[in-house]
Design a protein around this ligand. Sequence first.
Ligand code: GLC
Length: 452
Amino acid sequence: MATNAMNLSRRNMLLGTGAAVAALGVSPLALAQKTKSMSERNPEPVPPTPDQIRRMKWWHEAKFGMFIHFGLYSQHARHEWAMEDEAIPFDEYTPLSKVFDPAPGSARGWAKLAKAAGMKYMVLTTKHHEGFCNFDTKLTDYCATKQGPGRDIVREYVDAARAEGLHVGFYYSLMDWHHPDGARCATDEAARKRFVAYTHGLIRELLTNYGKIDILWYDVAWPLDADGWESERMNKMVFELQPDIIVNNRNQLLGDFSTPEQHIAAENNGRAWESCMTLNDSWGFQRADDNWKTSKTIVRNLITCARDGGNYLLNIGPQPDGAVPEESVRVLTEVGQWMAVNGETIYKSDPCQPRRSEYASFTRTGNTLYMHVNFWPGEDVAISGLRVKVKSARLLKTNQEVKFSQDPYRVHLTGLPMDAPDSPVTTIALECDGEPRQDTDFVRKNKPRGGM
Ligand code: GLC
């Protein structure tokens, strides 16, 4: 068992296959036969139902949210997977719960920062893989109210988000490294029944005790499949308790939206998706992780998500006392300054087809194309192959008209300042006479070439 356990790669943990299965003594074939994977249940992303369209309207318009990873691992300060990835013995890890003591008002700080960054919703880890509940529960003593904090961190978070007018999301990890049944539930039916009752019970408390909750964000389903978790019944309970809520796809059912992680990948068929990403390389606070993304990277990512009809859930990992790392505050503040001017190009945007440029990316609202120039070339910029007529152009930052000419191959914008008028990305709004479409093949095939 010890050797097998060492083979448990993180990816296998996430997928619940291969070594993870071997470690549990279940043959992968047996499990494969029993398990209907998500793609087998639903091979193609399906278009949204009328009820999903109703429940998800605010979320599509929100586009940008804050993810918050906060728990005992924040104090340990070496990434939220440390308990597992350093194989920290149970008795060495759990005392962190006694000294956990976030400063009062921390959650207000997170919510104010989210608002200032232009984010419209928040998603907090109510319970991460370590198993500690940041909320008050009758089902375990391993929770914020009965340990170090002596307060309900989730309650403070909900109140703080609402005070800033932000929508409220709960992250909940199904995988649990603390609960005695958390692993053996895969091979012991009595343990599975207890653990499923515990899990459904915690989710019931979360969706009963805090008023209206907007998002339930499940995570890691290891070691069970949808049948094992009784995920259909789980979602049914969720929607009974919260008829307007939206849920993600990580309890092994499709839910309302997909969750590409640490990369941006659009869904097909109009299915909703949200790309979640860290600001450095860690979700939970990791003291030594200095690999911070720049505000330019964040703004460009947000533009890419909006262009392809998705949302961007960007993470902070608060320090042990609940304060947000300085570098995160700096980047999010810069993003917020950009959003204050450019927000309309994101929130109200529709999926946008034009994408080809070496120094700009695009979003669209109706017939208006927004050219987001990330590497400002100087006094002129151009778009290749735009197949609609441009009626007018202006710099969003200064509202100044921009001169332009257009032929079948090029829109050429001229008379621009040498230095970029906005930072980290400058937006030019082009009013067009139809929905902007770009055809660079047309340019390659037809633009007149020289004679020989
Ligand atoms: C992965 C990680 C987890 C993190 C999550 C965020 O599932 O295991 O630590 O919370 O991604 O999407």
